[in-house]
Design a protein around this ligand. Structure first.
Ligand code: FAD
Length: 391
């Protein structure tokens, strides 16, 4: 933190970049910027997750695919992440209502996406960023106000107000971004958000009595049921994170253990013994369904700021590409910083110009897959469709 005036920054000959948000995209961005020798400050609302026993939040694991891997590769993290902590998934394993299963491969033999733990990924990137002496991590810093023309920021930290300045603010503060909220005050900023009727809830399949995976581990398991669906991704500790997607109206109708078990018997019968009746009841009723939002906006830049990741393009999770697209954002920014020799007046507008159509296309594909995963996954049309790099 500290009060640093613009003159001082320029006189010191060093550029100062503030990254707001130390989640997946912010942490990767810190790894990228660190390598340019600029002074990097990451301001994260939460405490240091590396020191927490339990990290609150959503989607315990994520599907990492080609785009995300390429972005990790440039900062030397791809092998570490996928070889030590990635569980390959070679296709979707579809669970029919009668318990029968079938596999739909993602691509040619050997092609796969990886299930990776969110916490592990985030911690690995924070620790990599921190190995660079020019990177400073500030936890428990919540951005309250920012001036995107001057680069001035005000944070709340442990009940105190902290001021800081930067030559560039990278808003990597997620779907409800405070940096984006500031951008929205500028004229000619386009913005739209859509909540879908579905929410999601995470449940868990524990390992078997002998400590094994309770299902075939190298697949993304899907229970498509028309109006609802359930998916499961494997974790390192041989548990499965199960995600139930259904309209809030349906979540609301399930109010007693009997109603829950009846719903599962009807729709996800084969999953009941895997989760366990007692655990299913306990987890379902101690959890709450979370909403799913899709955000489109443009431009992504202000004179001294750029929004990236979910801050710029939150999407529904059905294409498995939110994080992957956010990682790719870091790759693009890096390319443009090189191309224009760090001249932000050229980098930032070109970033918006290049990235906006692609990001909106992925948002649209994700929304399309929302319908497809529930309905088409059982049909011939789906099987004949070219396998895409997605859920
Ligand atoms: P976030 O991960 O949300 O991080 C934002 C960070 O900013 C947080 O650490 C937050 O604490 C911090 N912050 C927020 N406000 C402030 C503030 N005012 N000041 C300071 N810090 C702040 N993507 C995939 O690629 N594959 C998947 O399989 C996948 N599955 C998903 C499943 C579900 C159920 C959901 C909901 C999403 C899924 N996604 C997936 C999408 C993925 O989670 C997001 O795209 C990704 O987390 C975006 O990263 P981010 O860093 O932009 O935002």
């Amino acid at each position: 933190g500290g009060d640093v005036s613009d003159d001082l920054i320029i006189a010191s000959g060093e550029r100062k970049v503030a990254i707001v948000g130390g989640g997946l995209v912010g942490a990767l961005n810190a790894c990228y910027l660190a390598r340019r020798g600029v002074e990097v400050h990451v301001y994260e609302y939460r405490g240091d997750i590396r020191q927490m026993e339990h990290v609150p939040g959503r989607s315990i694991n994520l599907a990492l695919s080609h785009r995300g891997r390429s972005a990790l590769a440039r900062v030397g993290l791809e092998d570490l992440v996928i070889q030590q902590h990635g569980i390959p998934m070679y296709g979707r394993m579809i669970h029919a209502t009668d318990g029968r299963k079938k596999v739909i491969p993602y691509g040619k033999a050997g092609q796969c996406i990886y299930s990776v733990g969110r916490r592990y990924l985030n911690e690995t990137m924070l620790s990599e960023a921190e190995t660079h002496p020019n990177v400073h991590l500030h936890f428990n810093h919540k951005l309250l106000h920012s001036d995107l023309k001057t680069g001035h920021m005000v944070f709340e930290s442990n009940g105190q107000e902290v001021q800081a300045d930067a030559d560039l603010i990278l808003g990597c503060d997620g779907a409800y971004s405070a940096v984006r909220r500031q951008m929205m005050k500028a004229p000619r900023f386009n913005y739209s958000q859509t909540y879908i009727p579905h929410g999601y809830m995470e449940l868990c399949i524990p390992p078997t009595a002998t400590g094994q995976f309770a299902m075939e581990p190298n697949y993304l398991h899907i229970w498509p049921r028309g109006e609802f669906m359930m998916i499961a991704l494997p974790n390192q500790d041989r548990t499965w994170t199960v995600t139930l997607f259904m309209p809030f109206a349906v979540f609301d109708r399930i109010t007693t253990p009997d109603e829950l078990l009846e719903f599962f018997r009807e729709n996800y019968r084969d999953a009941i013994p895997l989760i366990g009746e007692e655990k299913l009841i306990k987890d379902f009723f101690s959890n709450r369904a979370s909403p799913l939002v899709s955000v489109k906006c443009s431009p992504y830049h202000s004179p001294k700021a750029l929004i990236m990741g979910d801050a710029a393009h939150a999407m529904v999770p059905f294409y498995g590409q939110g994080m992957n697209a956010g990682f790719e954002d870091c790759l693009l920014l890096d390319d443009l910083l090189t191309k224009h020799d760090m001249d932000l007046e050229r980098v930032l507008p070109e970033y918006t110009e290049v990235r906006n159509p692609d990001a909106e296309a992925i948002c649209d594909l994700a929304m399309y897959n929302y319908v497809e995963m529930r309905h088409l996954v059982n049909s011939r049309a789906f099987l004949m469709r070219k396998a895409l790099d997605s859920f």
